[in-house]
Design a binder for this molecule. Sequence first.
Ligand code: C5P
Length: 314
Amino acid sequence: MISASEGTSGISVRVPAKINLELRVGPLRHDGYHDLATVFHAVDLVDHITVRPAQDWRITVEGTDAHLVPTDDSNLALAAAKMLAGTHAQQAYPVHVHICKQIPVAGGMAGGSADAAGALVACDALWGLGLGLGVDGLHEYAARLGSDVNFALVGGTAIGSGRGENVVPALTAGQYEWVVVQAEGGLSTPAVFRELDRLREDRPVDAPQPTAEMLGALRAGDIDSLAACLNNDLEEPAFSLRPELAEVRDAGLMLGAAGGLVSGSGPTIVFLARDRHAANDLAAALVNSGAATRVHTATGPVPGAQVVEWEDRP
Ligand code: C5P
């Protein structure tokens, strides 16, 4: 591996959080994963990942919940950078990865996966690898890092299959306004999948398919139809593990949200609002009623991981 002079240049990538508008979960597979049929939707709650040449591999994190993010090799962004370096030893060199976090940590919005996607795009650009998103590009690394990393590369609204790593853009119209309620504490994704398996032990589980109603609603850009088909198989197990989350979902619906559901494996809950004004009103009402303390508004769809800044210091 070559060495580079510390801090000479850096690249920043912006990468979005995701919501699952629909998440259908198939039976447990032999490899411990579940087949999914999901509709991913990227929203403008974003993390920024900056990579700069360094003497040794290093990771730092800033943001409200920075203390909850691991700063060792278990950090998916650092793992992503090292994985890419491992197969491009001629061009790669150690980097300092800095994460500026806005995406809720362990919230079911794929923040860790977003950071991994951001690190892949940033290191690809910094080291001049030219891998991009085409065949044999960064998607191969993304799939090895986690089930949601491929979508974070692509963004927009997309249909996910396999364990989530196969991603195809969906035909959509319009933009949607969301209210994101961050619950205290996280929920472990494997624990929520395990609880789902336990809850439906005696029920037959079909191969998961996205519904025609959801795809039709997205093509039409129709809020009422979309609200009616928001659906997440992980909601029941998330409520089973954290019953107070159901109260938050019910409060948002009572306060006028067009629809609402648990995001991914939770505990974050997202509400669909009719427009930006309604989203702001709902966010305020959720806080004023005491139903929520940490609330964001967000718009989707937005693009996946994108370079936003090149630094070049002499
Ligand atoms: O792929 P990722 O590391 O994000 O997955 C975290 C965990 O979530 C897996 O180890 C597995 O327990 C569960 N999972 C699953 N089926 C999926 C995706 C994730 O069971 N399709």
